[in-house]
Design a protein. Structure first.
Length: 222
């Protein structure tokens, strides 16, 4: 079984690493990436949060990916993915995997990117609440048919214990053959341990690392 991965998340807006309420926690995203690399991260997640007018591409993600290439760490990227040209640019700069949100209604972009990228290089982010219902069951099967194998369940994982609906969402996605990850408000080691016990592939964690609620060392010790 693949190891449970602790993935530091680097949310970037207008060239700065941001925390809650869009407050800057670092003026240098690349230095932040190399900090997590030096701490022993095997994978990091970078995400562009800047508002992007139609046709405008912020340069932060391509530059970050290029700056991380000397390391052996895998870097996945998300934010602003709207077309295959930008997706292929990010892959060419060194992205190991691309993350795109999926609302369960319009799957055309997901299928387009899945066809354009090598197998296993696309992760679909869906909300935990959205994963319930017959419509999502059909969407999950459609994603599997498109070759998607990684799902990121985004939700409020802030309580130490999991809610029944959260555990059900995980098990449902796993039953369709997906490797499942979790992100969103993780702040307790108990939560991380429970997710690990349920067979998740890993977690994406950002704010709790930046405000000191959790340490990367304590998470790695799991």
């Amino acid at each position: 079984m693949p190891p449970f991965e602790i993935v530091p998340s680097i949310p970037v807006a207008y060239g700065r690493v941001v925390g809650s309420a869009a407050r800057a926690v670092s003026q240098n995203p690349l230095a932040t990436a190399w900090h997590w690399i030096s701490e022993g991260a095997r994978r990091i997640h970078v995400e562009e949060l800047s508002a992007r007018p139609q046709g405008v591409r912020w340069p932060t993600l391509p530059a970050l990916l290029l700056g991380c290439r000397p390391s052996a760490v895998e870097v996945q990227a998300g934010g602003g993915l709207r077309d295959t040209a930008y997706a292929q640019l990010l892959m060419g700069q060194g992205a190991d995997r691309l993350v795109i949100s999926h609302n369960g209604r319009d799957v055309s972009l997901v299928h387009t990117l899945a066809d354009a990228l090598p197998p296993g290089r696309l992760m679909i982010a869906i909300s935990v609440d959205e994963s319930q219902g017959a419509a999502m069951e059909e969407s999950l099967r459609s994603l599997r048919q498109a070759g998607v194998s990684h799902l990121l369940l985004v939700g409020a994982w802030s309580a130490p214990a999991l809610r029944p609906g959260q555990a059900q969402a995980i098990l449902r996605c796993q039953s369709e053959g997906f490797r499942v990850w979790a992100a969103g408000g993780i702040r307790h080691l108990d939560t991380v341990q429970r997710l690990q016990q349920l067979g998740l592939s890993g977690i994406l964690i950002g704010q709790a690392l930046y405000d000191g609620t959790l340490s990367f060392r304590s998470l790695k010790a799991l």
